[in-house]
Design a protein around this ligand. Structure first.
Ligand SMILES: [Zn+2]
Length: 78
C-alpha cells in the first residue's frame, strides 16, 4: 500500500523522501527517526512554499503552511 508522511504528506515510496522512520519522511525527522517539532516542520513547510513562489512574504507563507499542516494526520488536532 502506498504510504504518505503523517506529518507533511510526502510520498514515502519515493527514494528522496524515505528516511529512518516508517511513518514520516526524512525531512520531518532527525537522523534517528524522531519527529521534529511542529514549529520546525511549519518553518520547513513555509520555506518550501516560498521556494515555489518567491514573491510570497513570510507571514503569508506561515499562514498557508499552518493551513496545510491542519490537513495532516499528525497535526490535525494541534
Ligand atoms: Zn514529512
Amino acid at each position: 500500500m502506498e504510504r504518505y508522511c503523517n506529518s507533511c504528506g510526502s510520498p514515502l515510496w519515493m527514494e528522496q523522501f524515505k528516511g529512518p522512520a516508517d511513518d514520516y519522511c526524512k525531512y520531518c525527522t532527525d537522523e534517528n527517526g524522531n519527529l521534529k517539532t511542529r514549529k520546525e516542520i511549519l518553518q520547513g513547510c513555509a520555506n518550501w512554499l516560498k521556494s515555489w513562489s518567491p514573491d510570497l512574504d513570510e507571514a503569508t507563507a506561515i499562514k498557508r503552511a499552518e493551513y496545510y499542516m491542519r490537513s495532516m494526520p499528525e497535526w490535525a488536532d494541534k
